[in-house]
Design a binder for this molecule. Sequence first.
Ligand SMILES: NC(=O)c1ccc[n+]([C@@H]2O[C@H](COP(=O)([O-])OP(=O)(O)OC[C@H]3O[C@@H](n4cnc5c(N)ncnc54)[C@H](O)[C@@H]3O)[C@@H](O)[C@H]2O)c1
Length: 297
Amino acid sequence: MKKIAVIGSGTMGNGIAHSFAQYGFDVALVDINSEALQRALQTIAVNLDKQVKKGTIDDQLKTDTLKRIITYTDLAEAVKDADLVIEAATENQDIKLELFKQLSSICKADTILASNTSSISITLIASVTKNPANVIGMHFMNPVPLMKLVEVIKGKETSAATTKIIMQLAKQLDKIPVEVNDAPGFVANRILMPMINEAIYTLHEGVSGVEEIDTVMKLGMAHLMGPLQLADFIGLDVCLAILNVLYTGFNNAKYAPCPLLVDMVTNKNLGMKTGSGFYKYTPGSKELVIADQFSKH
Ligand SMILES: NC(=O)c1ccc[n+]([C@@H]2O[C@H](COP(=O)([O-])OP(=O)(O)OC[C@H]3O[C@@H](n4cnc5c(N)ncnc54)[C@H](O)[C@@H]3O)[C@@H](O)[C@H]2O)c1
């Protein structure tokens, strides 16, 4: 494994590119949106600066990491000699199926095709490719450079060899991989998203306010972040997409997304990435301020 292509340069794509480049891999980062690529490079530089300040990397490694990342808007050009492609595009089944169909015809025959999907079936994604044995889920956590877990999802046809390579690769990035089988939401989001949805229902039904709900979960359950802040951090559009996969995948009303979540996504209040969700965000400020819609004052 030398050359890695990362598809999608949003919240997750920039972190995945950062981590691979930091550990010496050449990374082709591709997005259909050239502004997203520019933002990703800026984010990676800022995050590397934070690592330098903390003393976890030195200036030379920061420079080398940035040099190893090349950006592309042309998919075929980006993936042509990749040993591994990690797809981190928008959580939308049609987008992913179309991408994997294309990848299957433009990549080398032995390229491993991984998806960072939070919830969509790896078996389904693999079914549109020529070699489903080479398709796997490699689900990184946000923020990728800091979070240790990688959920490795085996589709029905994923080979043992592909799984072994991806498990080893995650360890090379100083991560801890956990192998799981394919089911809607896998393990992480099958458990996390119902909790986030329930927190949004609790707010929606007026049981308590944003700050109170997050404080209960932080202090009462020893969570680092309350569920509403976490939803903002993940992206409310991503949360909604995952809940819809759980809802339709299990055909069970307990996963139905809260109407407040649906409204917020419709109104483009997507959380941190749009500057407003349950909290409002000002660039450069670390202060946690409740969004006007939920403020009691
Ligand atoms: N946000 C999280 O906390 C989180 C955590 C783990 C996994 N994920 C998963 O990672 C994936 C990406 O999520 P995100 O939060 O980074 O989304 P995002 O909205 O921040 O970024 C998605 C990017 O994909 C690009 N894109 C869309 N279609 C494309 C295509 N056909 N080719 C190339 N680029 C394309 C968009 O332009 C955008 O820049 C999703 O599958 C999501 O479920 C997200």
